[in-house]
Design a protein. Structure first.
Ligand SMILES: Cc1cc2nc3c(=O)[nH]c(=O)nc-3n(C[C@H](O)[C@H](O)[C@H](O)COP(=O)(O)OP(=O)(O)OC[C@H]3O[C@@H](n4cnc5c(N)ncnc54)[C@H](O)[C@@H]3O)c2cc1C
Length: 429
């Protein structure tokens, strides 16, 4: 029986563990946090409420279902999304989303989804080392050095090492120092964010089935995204620059009050007061972008998810791509009958181009979300109209394809480029 060591039991690691265990691998997962099925406290960031809600699009859903997790249980972790709402001048402009296949995207409670993955990993016989941190990786020896709360180092030996340990991956760090010509670029987006949480979304007029965007009327100052989460509250991520006024470092109450009054004016005064209070009290979070020249080392070590290609969340695809990585990886292993020397290089070849396209689109999308563009809504309508009239000639709406299909990111990027050409011909901008 082949033994797989997975570093990081988050979303990508959890799904990969299930896939491998169901194929007969002996799977060991090293996770620095605790067991979410026993105690969720290490999964809920009470200070910064980091990414408590995530949207799962069709590619993520299909990847989860392909691991044998029942659809009903996945759907119970969130709410189906039927529309997007763009706030302009305090008013929401609604854009309904029409599914292209049988699936709707989900607005997920991240902790509930994590528990679901752990439940199925346990059922598949995965062995977890909770509260254990990976300290180092021997790339050629296919082993990891881990340490638990007792401080005793321990070495785990396997037939493959999967690095699914997120943006600050220890496995990737080992590749950086141990692999010749490994190129790596870490950048921080020019804006960071704070997540503000308001209870009783319904009373505030937020629908569970809608994703809300703010900042399009801010001339590039900020972007915000809100989604309700199953406990009935709404989480609002506000992205702002690090300096200037207003910014993430602003402590001047009148300045921030004016900001919330201007861009969240549709909310009642007491909700805006609460946003102001939280904003001034909470620390900011950075948005990291990671690019690595390769995602594998020989047939020994593989990186997936944020460990390979962490990205700023402006396209809402980091988790979706991480889950699709897990699926692509297992499909390659299946196709090559478990031959890692073939599957690992092919994984880099297939996924690197997708990761680069996704990261480029995410960055470009921030400009759309934060910059006043009076033709944005006209563009979207124009695209749908033209595609319905000339489906063979005019490209479909990229956003619909992104949410409702699992079409590769590089193809979506081509659609976007074609659309931009058509916009110019049609003089929409
Ligand atoms: C504000 C925000 C909003 C987002 N919204 C969306 C969205 O709507 N849709 C979407 O698709 N994506 C979204 N993302 C991105 C998404 O959260 C990530 O892409 C996703 O979590 C990546 O999953 P992962 O399993 O690769 O990494 P992670 O979820 O980071 O999991 C890594 C795991 O490794 C563990 N670990 C780390 N280091 C070690 C170590 N040394 N030893 C042992 N264990 C370790 C960690 O504890 C963690 O459990 C958002 C991100 C942010 C910041």
């Amino acid at each position: 029986m082949k033994k797989a060591i997975i570093v990081g039991g988050g979303l990508a690691g959890g799904l990969t563990a299930i896939y491998l265990a169901k194929r007969g691998y002996e799977v060991h997962v090293v996770e620095k946090r605790g067991d979410p099925l026993q105690d969720l406290s290490s999964y809920v960031d009470v200070v910064s409420s980091r990414a408590i809600g995530v949207s799962m699009t069709v590619r993520g859903i299909k990847s989860v279902l392909a691991a044998g997790i029942p659809r009903a249980e996945l759907e119970a972790c969130g709410e189906p999304i039927v529309a997007m709402a763009f706030s302009v001048g305090g008013q929401h402009r609604m854009r309904p989303l029409k599914p292209l296949e049988d699936f709707r995207p989900l607005s997920l409670n991240r902790a509930a989804f994590q528990k679901l993955l752990n439940k199925y990993a346990n059922l598949a016989g995965v062995r977890y080392y909770f509260e254990h941190k990976c300290l180092d990786v021997d790339l050629d020896g296919k082993s990891v050095l881990i340490q638990g709360r007792d401080g005793q180092p321990q070495r785990l030996q396997g037939d493959m090492i999967v690095g699914a340990d997120g943006a600050h991956s220890a496995v990737r760090q080992a590749m950086q120092s141990g692999l010749r010509r490994f190129e790596f670029q870490q950048t921080f987006f020019r804006h960071g964010y704070k997540t503000l949480v308001l209870p009783d979304a319904q009373a505030l007029g937020y629908r569970k089935d809608t994703l809300y965007f703010f900042g399009m009327d801010s001339g590039g100052l900020f972007a915000g995204r809100a989604a309700t989460i199953p406990d009935g509250s709404v989480s609002i991520a506000v992205c702002l620059p690090y300096s200037g006024s207003p910014s993430l470092t602003t402590t001047d109450e009148p300045t921030m009050r004016a900001f919330f009054d201007r861009y969240f004016g549709g909310l009642p005064q007491d909700a805006r007061d609460e946003m102001l209070r939280q904003f001034l009290a909470k620390p900011s979070n950075d948005l990291i972008n990671v690019r690595s020249s390769t995602f594998h080392y020989k047939g020994n070590v593989l990186l997936l998810g944020d460990a390979a290609h962490a990205t700023a969340p402006f396209l809402g695809q980091g988790m979706n791509m991480a889950l699709e990585d897990a699926r692509t990886f297992i499909e390659l292993l299946d196709r090559h009958q478990g031959d890692q020397d073939k599957a690992f290089p092919e994984f880099t070849q297939l996924r690197k181009v997708q990761a680069d396209a996704m990261q480029d689109m995410a960055r470009a999308n921030y400009d759309v979300l934060s910059c006043s563009n009076p033709v944005f809504f006209m563009r979207a309508r124009y695209t749908r109209y033209m595609h319905s009239k000339f489906p063979g000639l005019y490209p479909p709406d990229m956003a619909e394809k992104l949410y409702f299909t699992s079409e590769p990111y590089d193809r979506l990027q081509q659609i976007q480029r074609k659309q931009n050409v058509w916009y110019k011909i049609g003089r929409v901008n």
